[in-house]
Design a protein around this ligand. Structure first.
Ligand code: SAM
Ligand code: DTB
Ligand code: SF4
Length: 326
């Protein structure tokens, strides 16, 4: 089938078919890039990139078996598990991130789901970070509706919970939590009035059709996620995905471009994987419509480009950080 016309000023659609998404991936690269860049500038200033800093507030020892993850207790990755950080220590790190220029602070915990007692501390962290004038995001695993409502009450702006891959490929990557459970958590987050941050990972040995399936699953959610992180797999020794075939960088750029076209008003985040990505590939991702990155020398457990490197890249490309509140 031919790729659907790319309309610039219509409301975001949630009725995408797999065939339409597949036809976008199949476009000649210059045509795909032109369409993605046109959609991007119809909704955003293409020179602005939102910057978020990540902190792992509870590292390792996770009971889930996600095949890519350094923090699963099911894989022998040599990572040392630690308890939930103290509130003061988290706020001190948040202050450093703000001083370095981040407008959003994202806190991640290696839990299947938070215990209610843990949520007390996380709510205090959210309140503290918000009081500094930054947007807040947490990723804590599965969430019930009352838990989502508590986080909303603390002022949480975004909750990150990824679909990770297509519904078909999912069982090859994770066995301890179902796709439907992920969709249920997303519904609770949305129902509580928190912005949704939801995306996935590419480079896990999935087929081109699975990448179509992931974009389709995201773009047919009743409301598009406000933030869509596209992660390039960071290979972790000791995990089942540790030996996956690296992805062609052009295919990664295509993934960003198709996500941008399918979810025109969402922030598309060029997420994990930048440490080993060339600056030229990153530039193509920005041209394809990526307008958010993780900033600071560490993601959760793996390295990210240091701030000075990203500042130099922004200067080289004429990009500027997006102010908070977008
Ligand atoms: N435990 C929570 C959960 O899984 O919902 C939150 C933290 S988890 C590390 C957040 C997301 O990071 C995962 O869903 C996955 O998409 C991404 N991620 C984790 N390890 C990764 C890796 N090695 N490479 C790329 N992305 C990764
Ligand atoms: C997301 O989609 N990517 C971030 C964030 N959400 C929490 C995490 C990336 C983790 C990369 C591997 C690590 O550092 O452990
Ligand atoms: Fe646990 Fe999240 Fe890692 Fe899965 S991705 S093993 S849930 S920390």
């Amino acid at each position: 089938m031919n790729a659907p016309e790319t309309s610039l000023h219509t409301a975001p659609r949630s009725d995408w078919t797999r065939e339409e998404i597949s036809a976008l991936f199949a476009l000649p690269f210059p045509e795909l890039m032109f369409r993605a860049a046109s959609v991007h500038r119809a909704h955003f200033d293409p020179t602005q990139v939102q910057i978020s800093t990540l902190l792992s507030i509870k590292t390792g020892g996770c009971p889930e078996d996600c095949g890519y993850c350094s923090q699963s207790s099911k894989h022998d990755t040599g990572l040392k598990a630690s308890k939930l950080m103290a509130i003061d220590a988290v706020l001190a790190d948040a202050a450093k991130a703000k001083a370095a220029g981040a407008s959003r602070f994202c806190m991640g915990a290696a839990w299947r789901e938070p215990k209610d007692k843990d949520l007390d501390a996380v709510c205090a962290m959210v309140e503290g970070v918000k009081a500094m004038g930054m947007e807040t995001c947490v990723t804590l695993g599965m969430l019930t509706m009352p838990q989502a409502q508590r986080l909303k009450g603390a002022g949480l702006d975004y909750y990150n919970h990824n679909l990770d891959t297509s519904p078909e490929y999912y069982r090859h990557v994770i066995s301890t939590r179902t796709y439907q459970e992920r969709l249920d958590t997303l519904e609770h987050v949305r129902g509580a009035g928190i912005n949704v941050c939801c995306g996935g990972i590419v480079g896990m040995g999935e087929s081109a059709e699975d990448r179509v399936g992931l974009v389709h699953a995201l773009a047919t959610l009743p409301t598009h996620p406000e933030s869509v992180p596209i992660n390039a797999l960071v290979q972790i020794e000791g995990t089942p995905q540790g030996m996956a075939q690296p992805l062609d960088p052009i295919d990664f750029v295509r993934m960003i471009a198709v996500a941008r076209i399918a979810m025109p008003r969402s922030m598309v985040r060029l997420s994990a994987g930048r440490e080993t990505m060339s600056e030229e590939t990153q530039a193509l991702c920005f041209l394809a419509g990526a307008n958010s990155i993780f900033y600071g020398e560490k993601l959760l457990t793996t390295p990210n480009p240091v701030a000075a490197e990203d500042q130099a890249l922004f200067a080289r490309l004429g990009l500027t950080p997006m102010p908070a509140g977008h």
